[in-house]
Design a protein. Structure first.
Length: 260
């Protein structure tokens, strides 16, 4: 099986364009399909081992670090949630899946703050013919999170020298649950949450607001996320980016962006 890592940086003169390249174990470059607008001049590439691919950040030094939340600071696994939902849903297993759930407009409306938790529950009940109370829904809806080993300590080390914040696509129920279960997440100043700002990544406003939250211009910010389109969006906004594939690759990559 081919191991692939991603990373990208903004174009030096035109941050509206960015690219993501793939590094494979064979040592070959290739563009993903569909690809993002390419940078015209490829800069120096660092690859410490197969599966970790980095391009140098913008010429401006990194002065702040912005973290995604789900699958970066905490693990996210929808298996338990879907298994617990299915007995309450009057549909076959193939008709109720994460893909079918997130494809509906009311899911995005919830994540971008246009409807609250009760309205989301009512729409989910109606669409999937689900028989469950609001309290049961909240309990099942939040049964997806687990700690990401080592990430809390890593964040604490970084914040000694750099301002940090969160940039997350998240709904108010999940944020309330996470804040109670992992209180250290509330220590991030001015977290940028999709349900509060009305946009999800990779909308440009997300990155601009995150940069303001750490008091820096985008070119001085490093963004860490587990999804390539979100890294591409950060780079298009002027940031540098690292695709998160695990804490060990991240710790290997950070010295290329951060001073000791």
């Amino acid at each position: 099986m081919m191991t692939v890592g991603y990373c990208c940086v903004p174009r030096a003169r035109s941050p509206s364009s960015a690219t993501i390249l793939k590094w494979s174990v064979t040592g070959n470059w290739r563009m993903p399909a569909p690809c993002w607008p390419p940078i015209t001049k490829r800069r120096k590439v660092f690859c410490k081992r197969p599966g970790i691919m980095l391009i140098t950040q913008s010429r401006a030094e990194t002065r702040a670090v912005i973290f995604d939340l789900g699958r970066v600071l905490v693990k996210v696994d929808f298996t338990r949630m879907l298994r617990r939902f299915k007995p309450a849903v009057a549909l076959s297993g193939d008709d109720f899946s994460l893909e079918k759930l997130t494809a509906h407009p009311f899911f995005r409306d919830f994540a971008e703050g246009r409807i609250d938790g009760r309205e989301f529950w009512l729409r989910l009940k109606s669409h999937f013919k689900a028989d469950l109370t609001y309290d049961d829904f909240r309990d099942i809806w939040c049964d997806i999170f687990e700690p990401m080993p080592g990430m809390r300590d890593l964040v604490e080390r970084i914040r000694r020298d750099y301002p940090v914040t969160l940039l997350s696509d998240i709904d108010p129920i999940h944020w309330e649950w996470l804040s109670a279960a992992y209180p250290w997440l509330t220590s991030f100043p001015d977290p940028v949450l999709s349900y509060e700002i009305g946009h999800m990544k990779p909308h440009r406003r997300c990155y601009e607001q995150a940069a303001r939250a750490v008091g820096q211009s985008p070119e001085h910010c490093l963004f860490i996320d587990d999804r390539p389109p979100n890294i591409a969006g950060a780079c298009a906004a002027g940031m540098s980016g690292i695709l998160f594939t695990g804490i060990n690759p991240l710790e290997e990559a950070l010295p290329l962006f951060l001073k000791d």
